[in-house]
Write a new protein. Structure first.
Length: 148
């Protein structure tokens, strides 16, 4: 529930969600449970919007957003409680990479309870701290302050 309006008509400091990146493209930002953005300021054709990640970004003032915060704030506090309940939700069990063989996972193999070495995905991509954003991305110019 909420009132959708262009960013130019929403006063700064008010929480917003379901924000568009480009006019008419549909909501892209702050759509999951309990999330919201804040309009920090407006300059010319752009508004400075603080995203849930902490990043401050320029978004066109003709883009639509919904006033308020997304509901269901307690979503992350729910404890599933038992394996069966996650199975009802269609989530299947998964085995750890270290418990697999070397040809199945980069962290597999070794004698006994060997540790996995560098934490990686099954396809060999580093799992912790690897930046995946391209340096020459065209939308870099719209980022005022990066996330922490």
């Amino acid at each position: 529930m909420g009132n959708a309006a262009p960013l130019e008509t929403i006063p700064p400091g008010i929480p917003i969600h379901n924000v568009e990146f480009k006019k008419g493209s549909g909501a892209r930002i702050a759509r999951s449970a309990g999330n919201s953005c804040i309009i920090m300021a407006k300059e010319g054709d752009y508004a400075h919007v603080k995203l849930p990640s902490g990043e401050i970004r320029l978004i066109g003032i003709d883009c639509y957003a919904t006033i308020g915060q997304v509901g269901n704030i307690d979503h992350e506090a729910i404890s599933i409680g038992k394996a069966g309940r996650s199975r009802w939700m269609g989530i299947r069990p998964y085995s750890r990479g270290v418990a697999k063989n070397p040809h199945d996972h980069p962290m597999g193999g070794g004698e006994g309870k060997a540790s996995g070495g560098q934490p990686r995905s099954p396809w060999g991509q580093y799992a912790k701290g690897l930046k995946t954003r391209h340096h020459k991305k065209h939308s870099n110019k719209y980022i005022v302050k990066r996330r922490k």
